[in-house]
Design a protein around this ligand. Structure first.
Ligand SMILES: Nc1ncnc2c1ncn2[C@@H]1O[C@H](COP(=O)(O)OP(=O)(O)OP(=O)(O)O)[C@@H](O)[C@H]1O
Length: 252
């Protein structure tokens, strides 16, 4: 498998505080790779450094063979990054926003085709602020695809979404992978990482404490003799919620 991202001994200091403490990991082409950890673990900091949006203190980062220190512009060409929602000018509708962003990338994009990939074609003439939370996130993911990137970066894309909207977003991320795109995603939801990610790095206080497939990490824990204190019920309240309200995308 080809390595598309290589991170070696990455360190980030904010003043005296070391937020990222010399982490190393590789991401393989075509996988969904998760950075999993609690609030403040250093996930966003690490992601933003690889995205060329934040200065590192030390360490080496290669993206598709390009060195972050000397070839940041080459890296920018092949990655898709969620734009800050503050860039979503309130007077413009979704089609106009896509045209604006594609202009920034110097690309011609079929806005309707792009909106279709995230199930928002019916909202083509709506403004961003008129969308529901799930629709906003899907539009934000669409903006990462404008430059047909090799790698898409998603920073906590499902935070604040209801269970249906989360699952819809998971399917969208799987569809992006199915197009051959590598996805690197941060989350603090374990179920999300288990369902979506081919491999996860668990980050805690700026260190990677484990890195493997979700299945292998669970097997390793079980091999230590771990048992859940109480057998879980075969369904949970979220299953009840989904069963009663349905999986379908809602048109609100
Ligand atoms: N610009 C900054 N200046 C100083 N400290 C910062 C800055 N940005 C982040 N930090 C600190 O670095 C640590 C890691 O932050 P980071 O945002 O990378 O964590 P995270 O894992 O993404 O957390 P979350 O899930 O809450 O987004 C935190 O303790 C945070 O307070």
């Amino acid at each position: 498998m080809k390595k598309i991202i290589e991170v070696k001994n990455l360190v980030k200091n904010y003043g005296n505080f070391q937020a990222v403490k010399g982490i190393s990991f590789d991401v393989y082409e075509g996988e969904i790779f998760g950075l999993l950890g609690p609030n403040g673990a250093g996930k966003s900091t690490s992601l933003e450094i690889i995205e060329t949006l934040r200065e590192k203190t030390s360490g080496e980062v290669l993206v598709n063979g390009f060195n972050l220190d000397t070839q940041a512009n080459d890296i920018k060409q092949i990655i898709g990054v969620q734009l800050q929602t503050s860039g979503y000018y309130p007077g413009l509708n979704l089609t106009e926003l896509i045209h604006l962003f594609s202009g920034l990338y110097n690309r011609k994009v079929d806005a309707m085709e792009l909106l279709k990939t995230v199930n928002l074609e019916e909202k083509a003439k709506a403004k961003f602020k008129e969308l529901s939370g799930g629709q906003k996130q899907r539009f934000s993911v669409a903006t990462t695809l404008i430059n047909e990137p090799k790698i898409v970066f998603l920073d906590e894309p499902t935070t604040g979404l209801d269970p249906q909207a989360r699952r819809n977003l998971w399917e969208l991320v799987k569809n992006i992978q199915a197009r051959g795109t590598t996805v690197i995603i941060t989350t603090h939801y374990m179920d999300e990482a288990e369902y979506l990610c081919d491999r996860v790095a668990i980050i805690d206080s700026g260190n990677i404490v484990a890195l493997d497939t979700p299945g292998k990490l669970i097997d390793q824990l079980l091999a230590t003799g771990f048992e859940r204190p109480k057998q879980m019920k075969a369904a949970n309240l979220e299953d009840v919620f989904i069963s009663l309200t349905g999986h379908a995308l809602r048109g609100e």
